[in-house]
Design a protein around this ligand. Structure first.
Ligand code: NI
Length: 169
């Protein structure tokens, strides 16, 4: 089922998600819906708060549904180490039509649980590193807007307000 993606400034986007403690059918349904919603929006990642579920769950698929083996589910993820710096363009499904350069670590190591509760660790570089940091930020209630320079943030906020005024947001 495709779920509705909430847009900035919905308060749920700025709240830390609740840790997941039950690895049940409800969680599996949420994850399946999140993949479906991501593909329908042509995104590469989505965090549960973006579909109105304040939980520490995120899905990533850099192949956008083309390679089943690329489907990645991270439950209760945390970044355990990071290195380097990369300044590159980023977007967010909760900010339609906004793309902006954001500084991120170039490499990260993440620890997370899978949909069954099993812990695993993984490394990500470049786009995967960026995506992991962006989605894990969502689970902490941090939006990519706050990762922008103050100048870029203000420009984008002005753009959003203009779109809101025109009924385009
Ligand atoms: Ni996002």
């Amino acid at each position: 089922m495709i779920r509705k993606i909430v847009k900035y400034p919905e308060p749920i986007l700025s709240q830390p998600g609740e840790p997941v403690t039950e690895f049940n059918a409800e969680l599996r349904k949420l994850v399946a819906d999140m993949f479906e919603t991501t593909y329908a929006s042509q995104g590469i990642g989505l965090a549960a708060p973006q579909v109105g579920a304040s939980k520490r769950v995120t899905v990533i698929d850099l192949s956008m549904g083309k390679k089943p083996e690329d489907k990645l589910v991270l439950v209760n993820p945390e970044i355990i180490s990071s290195e380097g710096r990369l300044y590159d363009e980023e977007g967010c499904l909760s900010f339609p039509d906004i793309r902006e350069k954001v500084v991120r670590a170039a490499k990260v190591r993440v620890r997370a649980q899978d949909v069954h509760g099993k812990w695993f660790e993984m490394d990500g570089e470049e786009l995967m590193a960026r995506c992991l940091q962006h989605e894990i930020d969502h689970l902490d209630g941090i939006l990519f807007l706050v990762r922008m320079s103050a100048l870029k943030r203000n420009l984008n906020l002005r753009k959003i307000r203009k779109m809101q005024a025109n009924g385009e947001w």
